[in-house]
Design a protein around this ligand. Structure first.
Ligand code: G6P
Length: 468
C-alpha cells in the first residue's frame, strides 16, 4: 500500500496495536499490544499513516483515550471508551462466550449455551458497542475512505456504516473459523440473521482459509437467502520481526535455560494461549500415550509447553486451565524419574522464551480442534534450527497453506497423535531436512504487507461505489 493512500484507510478492531501502562510518576507509556491479530496486522500498518480505532481495555488505555489520537510505535491510534458493563457483556458474554464458541464449535451442548433474558440483554450491549465503534469510524473516516473491520467482535459495524456513511467502502475480515449453518442455528434465529446481515453489509468479507469463506457463503445462502462477496487472505509473519526476537539477548538467555533442562534429549514444543480451541488436553494425553506405547521414549524426550493465560473473566477458561495443570501434574507424577521431568510447563507470557523453544524443537505440536489460521505454525518453522517436524491439525486454517509439508493430525485422535509424535521423532535426518525446508518456504511465502494489500484489493474490486 502506498503511504499516501493509507491516510484514507481506517482499521477497526477490539484489541489495538498499543497497550498503555502508567509509570510510577503517573505518565502514560505506550507499547506494542499482544495477541495474534496485532502481530499479523501491526507490521503492515505501522508507519503507513492509517488510523486505527480500538477499544480501551485497561484503566491506562482509558486515560490515553482522553488524550485523543495517540501516535506511537508507528501507529495512529484512537482508543474508544465504552461503558464498563456494556463492554463486559459485549466481550465476555457475546464475543468470547458465544461467537467464539459457535465458530470454533466449543459448546458442551448438554449444558451450554443457555440463551435466557440475560443473554439477550448482552446481545443488546453487543449491538450498542458495535454502534459505538461505528460512530468513532464515522467521526474519523475521510470521505470515500476504506474501512477494514476486524473479527467477530465487530460483526455489526459494516451494517451501521452502510446505513450512515454510504460513501465508505467497508471490508470485514474474520480471523477465526466460521461456523456452518447448523452451528449458527444454535443462536436465536433473529440474532443469527442480524449477525449475518451485519457481515453481509460489508463490500466483501475476508477469511483466513477457503473452508471458512465457504462456510460463511453457505450460511448466507441458507439463512439469509442471498450471497455476499468473499475473499481468502491468510495472515503472515513478518520474518524480520521474529528473526529479531530469535537473535535477541533475552532469547539467547532463555535458550540456555531450556538447554540446561532438556540436555541431549529430544524436544516436543507447543506455544499457545490457554484456550479451549487449542486442544491442550488431548495434546498431553497424546504425549502420555507415546510414553505408554513407546517406552523407549521414557527419559529421552521432553515436552515444553509455553502457554499463557487468556480470557480469565470466563469460567470455562479458568476451569480449562485448572484441568490442564492438573493433568500435567498427574502425568509428571506418573512418569518423572530423578533428573527427568517429562513436561516443562511455563504459563508466563514471555515471547523471547517461546521463540527460544521454537528454535530448539524437534517436533512442534499444533493440534487445535479448530483454528482460523494459527500463526505459531508459521513462526515455528521460520526460526527453528534443528529441522524440526511440524505436526499440524487439519482443522487449522494454516493446513490449507502448510499441509503439503507438515504432518497432518486429526485433533480428536489421541492415539494417532501419539503415533505422529513417534514418527516425527524417528524420522530420518534426510526426510526431516526436506520437510523442514519445504515448510519454511511455505511459511514465509506471504508477508503482512500482502495481507493488507489483499484487503485493499477486495475493497477496490468489489466496492468502489464511493471512490472518487
Ligand atoms: C484470536 C482472535 C483475535 C484476538 C486473539 C486474542 O486470535 O481472532 O481477535 O485478539 O484471539 O484474544 P483476546 O480475547 O485476548 O483479544
Amino acid at each position: 500500500m502506498a503511504v499516501q493512500e493509507a491516510r484514507d484507510v481506517v482499521l477497526v478492531s477490539n484489541r489495538g496495536p498499543l497497550s498503555f501502562s502508567l509509570s510510577q510518576d503517573g505518565t502514560l507509556q505506550a507499547r506494542r499490544g499482544g495477541g495474534g491479530l496485532v502481530s499479523a496486522l501491526g507490521p503492515a500498518v505501522a508507519g503507513s499513516g492509517a488510523m486505527w480505532i480500538a477499544g480501551a481495555l485497561s484503566e491506562a488505555d482509558r486515560r490515553a483515550a482522553a488524550a485523543g489520537v495517540v501516535e506511537a510505535e508507528g501507529f495512529r491510534l484512537r482508543s474508544l471508551v465504552v461503558d464498563a458493563d456494556a463492554y463486559r457483556a459485549y466481550y465476555d458474554v457475546i464475543s468470547s462466550g458465544a461467537l467464539w464458541f459457535v465458530h470454533h464449535r466449543l459448546y458442551d451442548t448438554a449444558r451450554r449455551p443457555r440463551i435466557d433474558r440475560h443473554w439477550r440483554q448482552a446481545w443488546d450491549h453487543y449491538r450498542e458497542v458495535n454502534v459505538a465503534f461505528a460512530r468513532a469510524v464515522i467521526e474519523e473516516a475521510a470521505e470515500h475512505a476504506v474501512v477494514l473491520v476486524q473479527d467477530y467482535h465487530l460483526s455489526l459495524v459494516a451494517a451501521e456504516l452502510a446505513a450512515k456513511r454510504p460513501d465508505l467502502t467497508t471490508v470485514h475480515f474474520h480471523h477465526t473459523p466460521f461456523g456452518g449453518p447448523d452451528d449458527l442455528r444454535i443462536l436465536p434465529e433473529e440474532v443469527a440473521v442480524e449477525l449475518l446481515e451485519g457481515l453481509a453489509s460489508a463490500t466483501a468479507c475476508g477469511f483466513q482459509a477457503p473452508r471458512w469463506a465457504a462456510a460463511f457463503e453457505t450460511c448466507c445462502a441458507e439463512i439469509l437467502g442471498r450471497t455476499c462477496p468473499t475473499f481468502v487472505s491468510p495472515a503472515a509473519v513478518e520474518v524480520s520481526d521474529i528473526a529479531g526476537v530469535a537473535t535477541s539477548a533475552a532469547c539467547a538467555k532463555a535458550l540456555v535455560g531450556l538447554e540446561e533442562q532438556v540436555g541431549d534429549r529430544r524436544l516436543i514444543v507447543r506455544v499457545d494461549r490457554i484456550e479451549l480451541s487449542k486442544n491442550l488436553l488431548r495434546g498431553f494425553h497424546g504425549f502420555d500415550e507415546l510414553l505408554r506405547i513407546h517406552p523407549e521414549w521414557r527419559e529421552r524426550v521432553v515436552f515444553a509447553a509455553c502457554v499463557y493465560p487468556s480470557r480469565e473473566g470466563l469460567a470455562e477458561y479458568l476451569a480449562y486451565r485448572q484441568e490442564t495443570e492438573g493433568l500435567i501434574q498427574r502425568l509428571n507424577e506418573t512418569w518423572a524419574t530423578p533428573g527427568w521431568t517429562p513436561i516443562l510447563y511455563d504459563a508466563t507470557d514471555d515471547f523471547p522464551r517461546s521463540v527460544a523453544a521454537l528454535r530448539r524443537y524437534d517436533a512442534l505440536l499444533v493440534n487445535p480442534v479448530r483454528d482460523g489460521l494459527n500463526l505459531v505454525a508459521k513462526e515455528g518453522p521460520l526460526v527453528n534450527e534443528r529441522d524440526g517436524v511440524l505436526l499440524l491439525s487439519r482443522d487449522s486454517g494454516a493446513w490449507a497453506e502448510l499441509g503439503g509439508a507438515a504432518m497432518g493430525l486429526n485433533p480428536f485422535d489421541v492415539g494417532a497423535t501419539a503415533e505422529a509424535l513417534h514418527a516425527a521423532l524417528t524420522m530420518s535426518d534426510a526426510d526431516r531436512r526436506t520437510r523442514a525446508a519445504a515448510v519454511r518456504k511455505l511459511a514465509g511465502a506471504r508477508t503482512p504487507a500482502d495481507w493488507l494489500a489483499d484487503q485493499l484489493h477486495a475493497a477496490a474490486a468489489h466496492g468502489g461505489s464511493g471512490r472518487p
